[in-house]
Write a protein that binds this ligand. Structure first.
Ligand code: FES
Length: 159
C-alpha cells in the first residue's frame, strides 16, 4: 500500500473523554452525522487519564492515527486533565517524529458536549491528514491490521 493508494482506509483510534467529547460523539450520532468506518471511538474518563503507554500501544496495535478529544480548556471535569493531556501529546509527538512514525499521526482537539458537528469535522480532517501520510510504518508489524480495542479496556473499567 502506498501513500497515493486511494483505497487506503486509515485506522484511527479516537480517545474521547466521557464528559464532553464522548457526549459530543453521542450527539453527532443522534444527528446522524457520519465518519469513516476505520474510525474507532473509545471512551476514556478524562484525557488526563491517558498515560504515554496508551498512545504507544495504539500505534503498536495498528492505528494509523490517534485523535485525542477532550473538554474545552477550562472545562475539564477533573480541572486540569486536558491540560496534562496537551503536554503529554506534545511530548509524544516528538517521540513519534524521532521514531519515524510522524507526529501528524497524533492530534488533540477540544470540544464541548454540544459540539457534535465539530467533533465529526475534526475526525474527517484527521482521516484526510492520515490518508495523505499513508499507512503507519508499524501497521502489520505487530498485532496485525485490526485495531485491538481490548487493549484499552482497563481505561473504562477503572472509571
Ligand atoms: Fe474531559 Fe477531562 S473530563 S478532558
Amino acid at each position: 500500500m502506498t501513500m497515493n493508494d486511494k483505497s487506503f482506509e486509515p485506522k484511527i483510534l479516537a480517545f474521547c473523554c466521557h464528559y464532553c467529547a464522548y457526549a459530543s460523539a453521542d450527539l453527532a450520532g443522534s444527528m446522524r452525522l457520519q465518519y469513516p468506518s476505520g474510525v474507532r471511538i473509545l471512551r476514556t474518563p478524562c484525557t488526563g487519564r491517558l498515560e504515554v503507554e496508551y498512545y504507544m500501544r495504539a500505534f503498536e496495535n495498528g492505528a494509523d492515527g490517534v485523535l485525542v478529544a477532550g473538554c474545552l480548556e477550562g472545562g475539564c471535569h477533573f480541572i486540569e486533565g486536558n491540560l496534562l493531556a496537551k503536554k503529554r501529546v506534545a511530548a509524544i509527538k516528538e517521540i513519534l517524529q524521532e521514531s519515524g512514525i510522524v507526529k501528524e499521526r497524533l492530534r488533540m482537539i477540544n470540544v464541548a458536549a454540544s459540539q457534535g458537528p465539530n467533533l465529526v469535522a475534526a475526525i474527517h480532517d484527521m482521516v484526510n491528514t492520515v490518508k495523505e501520510l499513508g499507512p503507519s510504518l508499524l501497521r502489520g508489524k505487530t498485532n496485525g491490521p485490526e485495531l485491538e480495542l481490548k487493549e484499552f479496556e482497563t481505561l473504562n473499567s477503572q472509571q
